[in-house]
Design a protein around this ligand. Sequence first.
Ligand code: F6P
Length: 556
Amino acid sequence: MKKIEDISMSNRTQLASWQALEQSAAKMKQTHLKTLFAQDDTRFSQFSTQVPGVLFDYSKQLIDNDVFANLMSLAKECDIASWRDKMFSGEKINITEDRSVLHTALRNRAHTPLIVDGKNVTQAVDNELAKIKVFVEKVRSGKWLGYTGKAVKDVVSIGVGGSNLGPQMATEALKALADDTLNVHYVSNADGVQISSILKAIDPETTLFVISSKTFTTSETMTNAKTAVDWFLQTTKDESTIAKHFVAVSTNLEKTAAFGISDENVFTMWDWVGGRFSLWSAIGLPIALYLGYDAFEAILEGAFEIDEHFKSAPFEQNIPLIMALLSVWNTSFLGYTAQAILPYDQALHMLPAYLQQGEMESNGKHVNFAGETVPYTTVPIIWGMTGINGQHAFYQCLHQGNVIVPADFIASVKPQVNVDKHHDILLSNFFAQTEAMMSGVDAAQVTADLTAKGKSQAEIDELLNHKIHQGNRPTTSMLLDTVDAKTVGRLIALYEHKIFCQGIILEICSFDQWGVELGKGLASKIESELTDDSVKHAHDSSTNGLMAYYKQNRTQ
Ligand code: F6P
């Protein structure tokens, strides 16, 4: 592990910019966005910026010029630029695991050599991409034949967390653009219902299983993988047929071999690829199989564009940095400890779930690089769903609740599929909701509205406070050109760099995930107790009571 004194980090709350922002927070909480817009009709031009394919409007965030200037100072005082350079150059900034953080190397479309620990990372990535390309084209063209000589029709991806969410989110995002060469299915849950429903729908002769696990030790994935192999062998009764129907994506060749997958059927990744940042690696194989290699490459190109933007754009126009600063401002200064992701595009319906891992597994920490407990809220709770559906689920709370939830609204100018007036209707909601959340509706407006409806003064008095919307809910609006492969790459890379910047600003290590170990370890102990009565571990009375009830009532 890197020696802490080598990490030049100062205590964030002592920074001049941090203290200035604390002052500003008190002031801004007494300020209404409606007033700020009324006082300055240039807010949109001041607080919006563009990169190819993305308009980023943050003018409905609760900031003014002073706040923005202090956020920029905070980025400079946190030395974002040199930490960014450390990341891109392969320095081991994942300090607790002593690893580089190089998901950017997976999409380095300039192919510039990058030497880390004496190895050319770029060459290794290009070699793996070439292997993926050959394999994908073989499968999609029908040249890869199953044990009875038939081409593949169904791909079943088995993986969880970063070995599932990225591929599945991208597949869902682009399925409207896919051809019908292959069907792809995703198994991630240990609940047998999921894999059994998929196994019912596929034919072993024409199915290819992709077992994705960076460690190849994740219990849920190994359970599903074994069920898949058992199901397959029930039909073929011949282990040699596995080679034609099972491939793996992992760093752990020893475990993949032990599972029965030959090395030539293993697509590798590296320990400097974090699971939640891995869709650009061979973990993205299901995406390439489903959409074709060219589409997968377009995703890489979109992300590369954003890498270049992140590296070169001045801080004032640097979208991922601004996204991070706004999240820190809302969470750690204004005290809004949740953030909603509200796509107004059905293709992005899995984006909230994807970002839950990306953001909360990265920055859901309570100690800084030096291991000291930090005094501020770090990551906001990330949640959301497609905006239209949210309007009929939780927007009541967003508009009139007393918990303010900053939200990212994301829509596309051009739909993937044009159906009559649908897109104008969708976009009218996208525009209306952020305006409503910003401006609200005050007593005078409610009174005028009820008066116009002929309500008596008594009726108005009774209803008035129930109908007031305070507004002043901060939102960001992103308008994408259209949700195509390149834009998916751009969008995910924007959030990845946002997460990175947030971690540096908050002085936390965004790239380890020690918080998942305890639950995993306990689950493994309890599993042995559930499967073998002679095994006993000490638990609290609740856990003991629950386990006893389950053991008494489960199907024997
Ligand atoms: O959630 C913990 C975690 O380690 C994630 O970081 C990772 O994406 C997931 O489990 C799956 O890990 P693996 O790819 O090693 O199976």
